[in-house]
Design a protein around this ligand. Structure first.
Ligand code: SF4
Length: 270
């Protein structure tokens, strides 16, 4: 909509500057997508071009399958668990793995499917967790920054670790285990920490963690204010840039190899 001119007392008119575009909703995914390639951001978050999951790399889809199994296992434990043992949740988790295998158009490979089920079963059996300490499974966060950016995120698992203390866990289906030092400053964990503090204001101790089901490792780091501030500033800055962008200039590179919008893009690196 055009902005109407303003008539001043001296008879002159002027056109006020257009209102700054509202930044809308932002997530870690939208932030890193824009940083990687603004055109990819436009495909994903502006035009919302549908993606054929079969075009996504198999390793990504395997990650989705394992996540689905762990989600079902932890949900089952939260609903009916009676101790810190999660062995009872394995059948529900493996059923979810098999469903996700089909949904994700995974290859017809029984050995790989069995490997996915075993990964999920082993990870659950290695976990000790009281069902009443599970605050959220695939927990959907939503909170607004002071300058109007709605931040959303889905955390794999949120657990209570003590009075006023919570731990946010993100499952990573990879053998490339990062150290606590490497995790410090991670954008995703910093944003999840900020969202958790907004969601549970009484929390005075937040630990963020990567859970590696393939190696059964849990790498924990204490969240600190500087980390959270840097993460939120980065997300807000990108959200405002994306809201004001009208060109979405492509930035082709190695990342084009994994871009699910390659078929739609005339700028893809070859
Ligand atoms: S193919 Fe490359 S240039 Fe095109 S949208 Fe994807 S990442 Fe950007």
């Amino acid at each position: 909509m055009d902005v109407p001119p303003v008539r001043h007392g001296d008879g002159m008119t002027s056109t006020p500057p257009s209102p700054r575009p509202r930044p809308g909703t932002a997530s870690v995914s939208s932030t890193t997508t824009y940083e990687t390639c603004p055109r990819r951001y436009r495909f994903a978050h502006v035009d919302r071009v549908p993606v054929d999951r079969a075009e996504a790399p198999v390793a990504w889809r395997m990650g989705t399958v394992v996540h689905a199994g762990l989600e079902a296992g932890f949900r089952h434990h939260q609903a009916v668990g009676t101790s810190t043992d999660l062995d009872h949740a394995v059948p529900a988790a493996c059923a979810a793995v098999r469903t996700a295998w089909v949904d994700e158009s995974m290859p017809d490979d029984p050995a790989e499917l069995a490997r996915a089920e075993a990964t999920v079963a082993d990870a659950l059996r290695a976990t000790r967790l009281a069902p009443t300490d599970i605050l959220g499974v695939e927990h959907r966060f939503r909170a607004e920054t002071d300058d109007g950016v709605t931040v959303t995120g889905i955390s794999d698992l949120v657990v209570r670790t003590g009075p006023g203390a919570i731990e946010i866990r993100d499952h990573k289906v990879t053998r490339s285990v990062r150290t606590a030092e490497q995790l410090h400053g991670d954008l995703q964990l910093g944003i999840y920490g900020w969202l958790a503090r907004r969601t549970w204001p009484g929390t005075d101790h937040v630990v963020v963690a990567h859970h590696y089901p393939l190696t059964r490792e849990l790498v924990r780091v204490d969240l600190d204010d500087a980390w959270v501030d840097a993460a939120v500033t980065r997300l807000r800055t990108v959200a405002h840039r994306a809201a004001a962008d009208t060109e979405f200039t492509p930035t082709p590179g190695d990342h084009c190899r994994w871009c699910v919008y390659r078929a739609h893009c005339d700028a893809a690196a070859t």
